[in-house]
Design a protein around this ligand. Structure first.
Ligand code: FAD
Ligand code: NAI
Length: 474
């Protein structure tokens, strides 16, 4: 007899496990299946998806350790702390990162249990529609579910004809698991992974060169922020080359040589000990047997969905990296909650206009809403309020004077349209802007709110005041 559920979620990442928990909280019998190769001590696939196993969490753990190392080597002396020259122990740094990952991934199994979600270890794929149910295979088992949520996530995109061995030529998995510091590290793609991983390995001693195809650095970010970031990252020692055309790449078991054409048309070669390929990610839809049931995919393999994450099939939904929109853990989780609530007849909601973006470099970069270049392109009249951290007492006290907060508000209504931050703890500061925008606040609303002193959040307050040309401290 097949197992039967109201809801089967395929994929146990931040989209899938959150959707399954919320569905169960709303009274559905829910199961979540997962098939990744990151086995736990019981030999079962770990939950948490890309995010917990080989994404957000391990990268932030390494960013933290490498930041402390850099601070110890370069910032402590300036604050009167003498410790001599610090040394990095890469296996210990990696072991700490693995410990954090283990703790969190096993915690998710506990969360499923607590919320009465059945965990099924195995690869999920569609078989057919049978009456009110979808018939699926999970591993070798047959499972029936009234509703299915596809949350199968994404995998690293690779370059054609360049096999990834995760020793010399790496994607995100190898980049996070290096056992030693490469002397020379090449990175293809100056996107989020390139910048975060480039920062980690530069801080601990690698000479890092990043080759990027696009002419403009961080084209998706506000260009004021992108310009400041490029200046600061270059000063830190990241060699970022924009507008390059990658040619032949030769790798053996010791090194890799990349032939490329520079922005000004010069033929160049770069030889490095290791290479990280971070050129975006592809959706995981190839193993779903989508064609057997007619699940519609777009030309790039993403599951086609509407604003409510409904696919073309009744009772089949899709969320997270496997559908359109930014590939972010919190976006996947938001969609998971929305779908579970819609299934329960509630007013599920995901505001795609207020999803925050963060890049965890030093300084951090964070934004929400429209960039200045988008507002110009849309012909929207706007005003700008800007506050540099150089004029913020807390930032100076922390020895973190770089960056600024930039607020964009509608010239007519004063409604906040976008907030862009580059600076220390930007990842935390952006939440205030997200809340303000979610509630449709005007810059005047933030300007009238009392902010504790001395805090970095006063820079957000001052940026709001500056929208009305009445900044008090700049
Ligand atoms: P995933 O997390 O990819 O989970 C999908 C799961 O489904 C996987 O575990 C997979 O094994 C499983 N699966 C696939 N097919 C099947 C099948 N047929 N049957 C059963 N199981 C299946 N985002 C942020 O918001 N902040 C960050 O700081 C951040 N840092 C990142 C750093 C790196 C290095 C990378 C690579 C990504 C990072 N991301 C970050 C992106 C984030 O990891 C993803 O957006 C997020 O994990 C997407 O969640 P998801 O549930 O849609 O998919
Ligand atoms: P990305 O889309 O951020 O950056 C890829 C970069 O590679 C782009 O700048 C692109 O122009 C460039 N590129 C593509 N093909 C190229 C080629 N042939 N030669 C040279 N450059 C080329 O993708 P990335 O960095 O791989 O990350 C994948 C996803 O993971 C991101 O889109 C992001 O959503 C997520 N992520 C999020 C993080 C965060 O929220 N802090 C951290 C890391 C990843």
């Amino acid at each position: 007899m097949s197992k039967q559920f109201d809801v089967l979620v395929i994929g146990g990442g931040p989209g899938g496990y959150v959707a399954a928990i919320r569905a169960s909280q709303l009274g559905f019998s829910a199961a979540c299946c997962e098939s990744n190769p990151y086995a736990d001590p019981k030999g079962e696939p770990r939950l948490g998806g890309t995010c917990l196993n080989v994404g957000c969490i391990p990268s932030k753990a390494l960013l933290h350790t490498s930041h402390l190392f850099e601070e110890a080597g370069h910032a402590f002396a300036g604050q009167g702390i003498k410790i001599g020259t610090p040394e990095i122990d890469v296996p210990a740094m990696k072991a700490r990162k693995d410990g954090v990952v283990n703790q969190l991934t096993s915690g998710i199994k506990g969360l499923l249990k607590k919320n009465k979600v059945t965990f099924l270890a195995g690869h999920g794929s569609f078989v057919a529609k049978e009456g009110d149910f979808w018939k699926l295979k999970v591993g070798e088992e047959e499972v029936l579910a009234k509703q299915v949520i596809v949350a199968t996530g994404s995998k690293a995109r690779h370059l054609p004809n360049l096999p990834v061995d995760n020793k010399i030529v790496m994607d995100n998995e190898g980049a996070l698991n290096q056992e030693s510091v490469p002397q020379k590290l090449a990175i293809i793609g100056a996107g989020v992974i390139g910048l975060e991983m480039g920062s980690v390995w530069r801080r601990v001693g690698a000479e890092v060169t990043i080759l990027e195809a696009m002419p403009d650095f961080l084209a998706v970010a506000d260009q004021d922020v992108a310009k400041e970031a490029l200046k600061l990252f270059t000063k830190q020692g990241l060699n970022i080359q924009m507008g390059v055309k990658i040619g032949e790449i030769k790798a053996d078991d010791k090194s890799v040589t990349i032939a490329y054409e520079s922005k000004d048309g010069q033929a160049e070669t770069l030889t490095a000990d290791r290479l990280i390929v971070s050129i975006g990610r592809n959706p995981n839809t190839d193993g779903l047997n989508a064609e057997a049931v007619g699940l519609q995919l777009d030309a790039r393999g993403f599951v086609e969905v509407n604003g409510h994450c409904q696919t073309n099939l009744p009772g089949v939904w899709a969320i997270g990296d496997v559908v359109r929109g930014p590939m972010l853990a919190h976006k996947a989780s938001e969609e998971g909650v929305m779908v579970a609530e819609l299934m329960a007849g509630q007013a599920g909601h995901c505001n795609f206009d207020t999803i925050p973006f963060v890049i965890y470099t030093a300084p951090e970069i964070a934004w929400v809403g429209k960039t200045e270049q988008q507002l110009k392109a849309d012909g929207v009249a706007y005003k700008v309020g800007k506050m540099p951290f150089m004029a913020n007492g807390r930032a100076l006290g922390m020895g973190e004077p770089n960056g600024f907060v930039k607020m964009l508000a509608c010239a007519q209504t004063d409604r906040i349209l976008g907030v862009h931050i580059i600076g220390v703890n930007a990842s935390e500061l952006i939440s205030e802007a997200v809340v303000a925008m979610e509630f449709g606040a005007a810059s005047e609303d933030l300007a009238r709110i009392c902010h504790a002193h001395p805090t970095l959040s006063e820079a957000v307050h001052e940026a709001a005041l500056a929208c009305d040309k009445r900044a008090l401290h700049f």
